[in-house]
Design a protein around this ligand. Structure first.
Ligand code: ADP
Ligand code: MG
Ligand code: MG
Length: 247
């Protein structure tokens, strides 16, 4: 069953074409890894999938579970089950981690959240991620270390149960502990009904997951797709040989 299908996508920001005809399909149960040099358009792609208003689709379509979401608002995409983890979200002193998650969950499901069950799941998930209980009461992102922000993203992914989770890790420089958190979170999240699109060069993050396919994005186009071995190939030889290559 198809989760995400992107056809002939062209995207502009500030009158500049960034994505220049991109196709990508993710089925249920699949994990896709997106590689590419800085400035290739990886973050543009995932922001466009989420409906970020800065990015304009000038041609092509995005389908989610068979429905055209090319023009849908970001909150509708979230309700349909799309999730993007973003690296440095704002600090919100008055809103605790728990309240933020509960509000997000309610906004996505459009149903009142069953508080007791929610608290129970939150406590169990935090324990699995080896997070201290006090963390739930802290102001969202206020004074969080890089590792704590990363844990918070993974906690969000696990609590919100998206159908397709997108992790944009590019700016990373993740330390060993953060890498462990992400890889364990990914392993726990993954099942036969959902999908993942991961932007990373860090093969350790993928240690416990079956990678369905890896794709190389160069200058707004996917120039190569392959299996997991493509990641090792890129790690060894870099992107230079792939500039301008045909699909
Ligand atoms: P990647 O994530 O692969 O490093 P990005 O998608 O962040 O690449 O950026 C791709 C290119 O598009 C870069 O040259 C970047 O400067 C440009 N770009 C990204 N966002 C915008 C924007 N909002 N306005 C103008 N140019 C942008
Ligand atoms: Mg990026
Ligand atoms: Mg336009």
């Amino acid at each position: 069953e198809t989760l995400l299908e992107i056809r002939g996508l062209h995207v502009e920001a500030n009158d500049r074409e960034i994505l220049k005809g991109l196709d990508l399909t993710v089925h249920k149960g699949e994990v896709h890894v997106l590689l590419g040099p800085n400035g290739a358009g990886k973050s543009t792609l995932v922001n466009t999938i989420m409906g970020h208003p800065q990015y304009h689709v000038t041609d092509g379509q995005i389908f989610f579970e068979g429905e055209d979401i090319t023009a849908a608002k970001t909150d509708e995409r979230a309700r349909r089950g799309l999730f993007l983890s973003f690296q440095s979200p704002e600090e919100i002193p008055g809103v605790s981690v728990e309240n933020f998650l509960r509000t997000s969950y309610g906004a996505i499901t459009k149903k009142p959240v069953k508080i007791f069950a929610f608290k129970k799941e939150l406590a169990a998930t935090m324990e699995e991620l080896k997070m201290d209980k006090s963390y739930a009461e802290r102001g969202l992102n206020v004074g969080f270390s890089g590792g704590e922000k990363k844990k918070n993203e993974i906690l969000q992914m696990l609590m919100l149960h998206p159908k397709l989770a997108i992790l944009d890790e590019t700016d990373s420089g993740l330390d060993v502990d953060a890498v462990k958190i992400v890889s364990q979170g990914v392993e726990k999240f993954k099942n036969a009904e959902n999908g993942l699109l991961i932007i990373t060069h860090n093969t350790k993050i993928l240690e416990f997951v079956d990678v369905t396919a890896a794709h190389v994005l160069v200058d707004g186009r996917i120039v190569r797709s392959g299996d997991r071995s493509l990641i090792d190939e890129i790690n060894a030889s870099g992107f230079t040989g792939l500039q301008g290559a045909a699909v």
